[in-house]
Ligand binder design. Structure first.
Ligand code: G
Ligand code: G
Ligand code: NA
Ligand code: MN
Length: 253
């Protein structure tokens, strides 16, 4: 009950902060971008994981305000990093509940203008299942965002029972293969075949591909062989606060 009561005040009280996880271009081993991940440090309960409060934020509608905070904060951070890492992209998670809020587009436009971040450096990630449940409004809002120059990624691909034949008609430039498929690729040839097939199909549709949850060197080797464009996961780095992530980028780029 405390979480529900306190959630409406968390932005105002400065209790949210962001961590960032790098996305690595496999061919070069360098960071292509970072994904911003929200954290809530509660004064009494300590760190509350997003899975414990994002659903509440979605039900209560606070997800809108929270997402604007994430966008503003993360765009500002990546803009600050511009001199050191000029082409680094920023990915922000978009709750499917926001696909029904077309006014989000104006806010994204405003935040990009106010922070000075170029639109083509922002990627909004929507989960496959969330997009499929809101397909018409989703298509509309992603098209509007594309018109601004902002890119869209499909998150957790493979868990939402859609197909690439369907996704190719959406303005999506990146597919993130869910980590449940990546986990077994080095041991299980069926998993490897599935991932290989997704990669090749996506690329034939001009959609880039990222593997989520990459943890081992053998996974990296296999994914490189499969021509996977990008990878993200503990093998490279867990999500880190801005200062630590900056150190990581300096050491790896
Ligand atoms: O890294 P982590 O354990 O925090 O991520 C857990 C889940 O929370 C992931 O599915 C991630 O996409 C989601 N998440 C993290 N930050 C945000 C955010 O800012 N907005 C939304 N909608 N989801 C987020
Ligand atoms: O759903 P999304 O991909 O946005 O969520 C990111 C989630 O995945 C976070 O909970 C994050 O901590 C977790 N994660 C990131 N990299 C790895 C990894 O290599 N292995 C595992 N098991 N989890 C990861
Ligand atoms: Na994500
Ligand atoms: Mn994901």
């Amino acid at each position: 009950a405390v979480i529900e009561q306190d959630l409406p005040f968390a932005v105002m009280r400065g209790q949210f902060y962001l961590c960032y996880q790098p996305k690595v271009r496999l061919a070069k081993g360098r960071a292509m971008g970072v994904e911003a991940l929200l954290r809530w440090r509660h004064p009494a309960l300590g760190d509350i994981p997003p899975l414990d409060f994002i659903p509440l934020a979605e039900e209560s509608g606070f997800i809108f305000e929270i997402t604007l905070w994430v966008l503003e904060r993360a765009c500002r951070q990546v803009k600050e990093w511009e001199r050191k890492f000029p082409r680094l992209k920023l990915a922000v998670n978009l709750s499917p509940f926001l696909l029904n809020r077309p006014e989000l587009v104006e806010h994204v436009k405003r935040i990009l203008r106010e922070t000075g971040l170029a639109p083509d450096r922002l990627i909004l990630e929507v989960t496959e299942s969330g997009l499929m449940e809101n397909i018409e409004t989703g298509r509309h809002i992603l098209t509007e965002l594309q018109r601004l120059g902002v890119q869209a990624a499909i998150d957790d691909f493979g868990t939402g029972f859609s197909s690439l034949a369907y996704i190719r008609n959406l303005p999506v430039s990146l597919l993130k293969i869910d980590r449940s498929f990546i986990q077994g690729i080095a041991e299980n040839s069926k998993d490897a075949t599935i991932v290989d097939t997704i990669i090749h199909l996506a690329k034939s549709l001009d959609i880039e591909v990222l593997a989520e949850g990459v943890e081992t060197e053998s996974q990296v080797a296999l994914l490189s062989q499969m021509d996977c464009d990008y990878a993200q996961g503990f093998y490279f780095s867990r999500s880190l606060e801005a200062e630590k992530l900056q150190q990581w980028l300096e050491e790896h780029n």
